[in-house]
Design a protein around this ligand. Structure first.
Ligand code: FES
Length: 333
């Protein structure tokens, strides 16, 4: 009979070829998490195959669907769906409540983290020196909540998501799902943000507020996208990688060039039609002083991409499904 060697428990279990790995672990009284009871809904039974992948049964259709949704690599398998025909070594991955919380967060967002080419937009309000000192807190709250609300709306309309706010800055990501025309969406969003700011400034001037100025940088590059859970059950994503540093430099170059919206060469060369450019410049992107072209875009050519449709599955977050299962099965392992 094939043997499954199991970490971190350091045990070896002989198991029948007709049993799943989950069956074998449970029979040995190993407290392996299986929140949905083996129905390929929750992914909490996930294991990493360390050796013997060739002895594992092919993924079932339900495992395939969940693995696709969560972007599992081939060596991460659901114990409740996997049978073995030869010796296999595994590492159990969901061992405690913290792990379950992380899986819950991944299920809500719909992936475990992935490397992906994304559009990255960094926007900063310019001329904020003394802004908070020269205004009453109520005024700052009034102005900034309207600013963030309008920018969030524009970014959402082009399929982006704001993943970071720091002081006067925000960062948005485009293409974290499988949206098409990601570079275009990112630049259209930047231009629409400038337009939305003009409208906001016109409203603010009627109330005797000073206008806001915006500096936007847009870049396209590879980043690791990671779901993170926050307090109060909120789910967010964050992005890591060199591309995030580059977009910051693109945005900062506005100050030197006197521009409002700069795009990196990486975005520019991916646009289907050359946009209307006002000026261009260069930024340093390495310590060796390698120069990288940036372009001030003042108008896009052609029609804007349609707002991406959310799938029914996206509208009904997987988190809701796992929550139902958590209620049904509790957190018993
Ligand atoms: S127990 Fe395997 S997916 Fe839930």
């Amino acid at each position: 009979m094939p043997i499954v060697r199991c970490l971190p428990d350091s045990c070896s279990i002989e198991m029948s070829e007709s049993d799943t790995i989950l069956d074998a672990l449970v029979a040995e009284e190993i407290p392996h998490t299986h929140v949905c009871g083996g129905n390929a809904y929750c992914s909490t039974c996930r294991v990493m195959i360390l050796e013997g992948n060739q002895h594992c049964s092919p993924p079932t259709s339900v495992e395939k669907a969940l693995a696709k949704k969560l972007d599992f690599p081939v060596h991460i398998r659901l114990a409740c769906q996997t049978r073995i025909s030869g010796d296999v070594s595994i590492r159990r991955l969901v061992l405690n409540d913290e792990d379950i919380d992380i899986v819950d967060s991944q299920m809500s967002v719909g992936f475990i983290g992935r490397q992906r080419s994304v559009g990255i937009l960094s926007a900063r309000i310019r001329g904020t020196t003394n802004f908070d000192e020269a205004n009453f807190p109520y005024d700052i709250i009034y102005v900034m909540s309207r600013y963030f609300h309008r920018m969030d709306k524009v970014i959402g309309e082009y399929g982006g998501v704001i993943n970071n706010y720091t002081g006067w800055r925000l960062m948005a990501l485009f293409g974290t799902e499988d949206d098409d025309r990601v570079p275009e969406r990112s630049v259209w969003a930047g231009l629409e943000m400038l337009k939305a700011l003009q409208e906001l400034n016109s409203d603010l001037s009627k109330l005797s507020y000073n206008p806001l100025n915006l500096s936007i940088g847009v870049h396209y590059g590879t980043a690791i996208i990671l779901p993170v859970s926050c307090s109060a059950g909120m789910q967010r994503i964050t992005a890591l990688g060199r591309a995030i540093e580059v977009v910051g430099r693109v945005e900062s170059a506005n100050r030197k060039l006197g521009s409002e919206l700069l795009v990196s060469n990486s975005i520019y060369k991916r646009l289907p039609q050359p946009p209307v450019i006002h000026r261009h410049g260069e930024i340093d992107v390495t310590k060796k002083g390698t120069k990288y072209p940036v372009f001030e875009v003042i108008q896009m050519v052609g029609d804007p991409p349609e707002k991406p449709e959310k799938t029914t599955e996206q509208n009904t977050p997987l988190g809701q499904r796992i929550a139902a299962f958590m209620q049904k099965f509790g957190r018993s392992r």
